[in-house]
Ligand binder design. Sequence first.
Ligand SMILES: C[S@@+](CC[C@H](N)C(=O)[O-])C[C@H]1O[C@@H](n2cnc3c(N)ncnc32)[C@H](O)[C@@H]1O
Length: 365
Amino acid sequence: MKIDSSIFNDTINFIFTKDNSVGLFNTVVNDVYHSIYGAKEEAEQKFVKPLNFKKNYLQNKELKILDICFGIGYNTKALIKTIIQTKYKGKVSIDILENNKNLVLISPFIKDGYFKQYSEISFILFDRLFKDLYSKDTSSNKLYSMLKSKKHIEPFYRPLIKINESTGSVYIPQQANKAFLHNIYYHCISQRNKRVPKPLNYSKFIFNTYFDDARNTIKMLSGTYDIIFLDAFTPTKQPLLWTVEFFKELYRLADANCQLVTYSNSAAVRHAMLESGFYVGKFFDNKNRQCGTIASKNNNLILNKLNDYDLGLIFDTNAGIYYSDKNLSSSCEDIIEDHNKRKLELNLLSSSSYIKAKKWSKINE
Ligand SMILES: C[S@@+](CC[C@H](N)C(=O)[O-])C[C@H]1O[C@@H](n2cnc3c(N)ncnc32)[C@H](O)[C@@H]1O
């Protein structure tokens, strides 16, 4: 795995994950943005597959999606792939919540593994982010040095980004958007590509971008969503978006048949979801290991319910104590300090003692 540390003032490194899609690592949070086993694979397996899209959404006239912690967009991209594959006909509106605008803006250009078969995905994103991408206030930031990264950006897109090295400003050929559309069309019908897609109705996709702390954005959102992706950094490292108060906001925004999906198996996260009113379940990877959590207001949508063992971990051990952030404005440090304080006060069983005790009782059964 090759690491490039020259981008984003060394706080974000690009990596090739094992499925060859580009992932990121944050050196400040000391956490990965994507599974090293595959950024693309992770989005498809842990975020889109559990939705059971064909069964649960194909007949909807409209889909409202909330992608919290969009990053470089793998979860949205994986969902758009499913929308294309299943020939979903309705309108799709996607609200993007992300506090690092540059990540969202580079998302159409990244080597994400979709380019060959699903170049429409990048086009849709590019088209919708076009104004933000080429607005004056993005020209002086790190965005364009990222886009120059030869290793991690699809070479196909490079002509679109002409960089004026001396001033650091960007020259974009006029009508770049149209040219891009033309190129994508050409690319799609090229004999080199096995799949010849039917023209996609691009206009059915609406994107709204919110480049802020998701806690601020969430308070001002209204209406309801059919699908919510929550892909924040690991709860123990950055609990900001895993608190009971944040989940209460998500409950407010969830449609009766909404599915909220996350990669986290944390007992504290599941407890916060339950406390907010959601029914909560789990899902498994192809080796039958737990690989995420699903929450909904509709219990029928929860295929794999939490069992007594899971519920014991949630309610009887300190691993299940949820994070709290009363006004959705505390710092990470304060949230962790409050959490540690409540752990001491509650003095519950440690999760390791609980797991050992359960093993013993099983052996002695
Ligand atoms: C684990 S990564 C998610 C990766 C992403 N889903 C993707 O496909 O690239 C977490 C993302 O959350 C963003 N983030 C962290 N804290 C945030 C906050 N408080 N509000 C909004 N976004 C945040 C980070 O910038 C990062 O892109």
